[in-house]
Design a protein around this ligand. Structure first.
Ligand SMILES: Cc1cc2nc3c(=O)[nH]c(=O)nc-3n(C[C@H](O)[C@H](O)[C@H](O)COP(=O)(O)O)c2cc1C
Length: 187
């Protein structure tokens, strides 16, 4: 196979898109992020990367807490809205009729209408360049029961949008194989 060499960009990785809540009380804001990823199983840690010029950056930095809210594909418009307007100018909660739901541990509100919410406390911050990476320890997770099987996210019901190179995608194919299935292959 002949391959083409490309510039070393990472924008082509498919990422699940999430709307992050930051800030407390009246200043609470929402920002859409694609730079979101799990980085440690135990303790559970998720990294989110934000450009310092974002209004949300100051809020996450100030309070050291955030909530990751995963939308369904039906909530794509809300997701795009939170990623194309600034909380400096508008109130995204009001504009989108989203409800602030009290979290269990952090003071930052969760989005009630979004089915999967993870409360996080910042344990580390690293300045990388265009983005600053915040490592958030997940201290509580909440889910619509329809999305849960055996205490974890049900992959067969998983229908969250992903983002790749400026496009929103549906991860529709479902389960291909189970972890470890290659062990059955013997030569
Ligand atoms: C799908 C999508 C993904 C995004 N991912 C990121 C990201 O990972 N990091 C970031 O700093 N900005 C990201 N943005 C841009 C911010 O969401 C956008 O600038 C937003 O309006 C900032 O809101 P704020 O000014 O209220 O903080 C993304 C935007 C979209 C639409």
């Amino acid at each position: 196979m002949k391959k083409v060499e490309l510039s070393p960009k990472i924008s082509t990785f498919p990422m699940p898109t999430a709307v992050i809540s930051v800030g407390i009380g009246e200043e609470a804001n929402l920002i859409t992020l694609a730079y979101v990823g799990k980085v440690c199983f135990n303790p559970p840690i998720i990294a989110v990367s934000i450009q310092p010029k974002r209004h949300s950056y100051q809020l996450i930095d100030k309070h050291g807490e955030f909530v990751i809210n995963y939308p369904t594909i039906e909530q794509l418009k809300e997701t795009d809205y939170c990623g194309t307007r600034s909380g400096r100018d508008i109130n995204k909660w009001k504009d989108l009729n989203l409800t602030k739901e009290q979290a269990t541990i952090v003071k930052v509100p969760m989005i009630k209408e979004f089915p999967w919410n993870m409360e996080c406390k910042v344990i580390k911050k690293i300045e990388l360049g265009s983005h600053v990476c915040f490592f958030g320890r997940v201290v509580a997770t909440h889910s619509d029961p329809n999305y849960v099987k055996n205490e974890v996210l049900d992959p067969e019901k998983f229908n969250f949008p992903a983002y790749i190179a400026g496009n929103y995608l549906e991860l529709k194919k479902g389960i291909l194989e189970k972890h470890g299935f290659s062990e059955e292959i013997t030569n």
